[in-house]
Ligand binder design. Structure first.
Ligand SMILES: NC(=O)c1ccc[n+]([C@@H]2O[C@H](COP(=O)([O-])OP(=O)(O)OC[C@H]3O[C@@H](n4cnc5c(N)ncnc54)[C@H](OP(=O)(O)O)[C@@H]3O)[C@@H](O)[C@H]2O)c1
Length: 321
């Protein structure tokens, strides 16, 4: 039996868990073993982790008995749910309950739960500030995660709550890239007026989680918010203009108009941006950039992220006159 402590990483084929698995596998002296959890051990992302030394484990957050197998013998567990796969707050809550219960049964000694604020603690879901979504939520993917904190706390688990920020990577994978208007000019839509948006490179979330596992006891009981930068829409547009070599303007539409764009999830994102704009001071205060950099000194700024990834932004080429 190995004496090197084992960390079970959920979401290991995704942005947050993948970043953590890689960060742990790259630590000098390999102070942790990594068990990478996926429903698809044969997929390329899982196989790449196995090639770097991770143990693969097939498990499904909807099937509680598979989670105990995944956490058996683990010192630590990184727990993340993916609300965007189903967009059901009830299902996300159930998945978090399954994770917490399996961690309790397996006696996991450090649980990191990737969470967000339950916005209903800031504003009643009564439809006055924003439309009520999916059975009593303001921002379902926030509210369910925040509510699910209790599943971990109520079981007395040795817990660190990790409050993440908007992933810079959303500009590549989530349809939030700048788009051309009818005039051919690029616009970046961020419906938050002049308010800054805390954001981070998704890979840096994993590196921060790895640092928290290394802190061990000192991190337990803490709520840690992280961000790489707090940027206004105008600042993001400015950085995009520089990286793309073409002017990008910030389009600061009202969240209600954003919801009317009608793509899947637009209503939820509109409410999310409304929340982040109205409660901006609280939202930013919890995600201190200097504290995040203390945790992870190589934290990327948005301009560093663009220097690496601008070519991946799915932007329509300029029309030739
Ligand atoms: N994008 C943002 O700006 C942002 C900001 C803050 C918070 N978040 C939150 O981040 C979460 C998503 O994290 P991410 O970006 O790392 O996700 P991601 O890159 O989309 O990857 C999702 C991961 O979750 C795993 N997964 C999903 N359903 C599962 C299930 N039923 N059982 C086992 N594993 C399952 C997937 O594993 P397999 O498919 O391999 O099984 C995959 O590894 C969301 O809940 C979102 O609300 C996102």
């Amino acid at each position: 039996m190995s004496l090197v402590p084992l960390i079970t990483v959920f979401g290991a084929t995704g942005a947050q868990g993948g970043g953590l698995a890689r960060a742990l596998l790259q630590l000098a002296g390999r102070p942790f073993r990594v068990r990478a959890v996926t429903r698809r051990p044969g997929c390329a992302a899982a196989q790449a982790l196995a090639a770097q030394g991770a143990e693969l484990c097939a498990a499904d957050l909807d099937e509680p008995c598979t989670l105990e197998r995944a956490m058996q013998g683990a010192y630590g567990a990184f727990c993340v749910t993916n609300s965007w796969e189903h967009r059901s707050p009830e299902r996300e809550l159930r998945q978090a309950e399954h994770l917490a219960e399996a961690a309790r049964r397996c006696g996991v000694r450090h649980v990191i739960w990737s969470t967000l604020e339950d916005t209903r603690r800031f504003v009643e879901p009564d439809g006055r500030l924003m439309p009520v979504l999916r059975g009593g939520c303001n921002v379902p993917h926030h509210d369910a995660k925040g509510q699910a904190d209790q599943a971990f706390i109520g079981r007395g688990l040795p817990l660190t709550r990790l409050l993440t920020s908007f992933h810079f990577d959303k500009l590549i994978h989530f349809g939030m890239q700048p788009r051309r208007g009818v005039d051919g000019r690029l616009g970046f839509v961020l419906p938050m007026g002049e308010a800054p948006l805390p954001a981070i490179a998704a890979g840096d979330i994993g590196a921060c989680a790895a640092a928290l596992f290394r802190q061990g006891e000192a991190a337990i009981g803490r709520r840690v918010g992280i961000a790489g930068e707090h940027l206004t829409g105008a600042q993001i547009a400015g950085a995009l203009s520089k990286a793309l070599g073409e002017p990008v303007r910030h389009v600061a539409m009202d969240p209600a108009d954003y919801a009317r764009l009608g793509f899947e999830g637009a209503d939820e994102l509109a409410n999310m941006f409304r929340f982040k704009q109205v409660f901006n001071d609280d939202y930013c205060a919890l995600r201190d950039v200097a504290a995040t950099r203390a945790l992870h000194p190589a934290l990327m700024r948005f301009e560093n992220f663009l220097a690496r990834h601008a070519a991946q932004l799915p932007i329509a080429p300029r029309a030739v006159a």
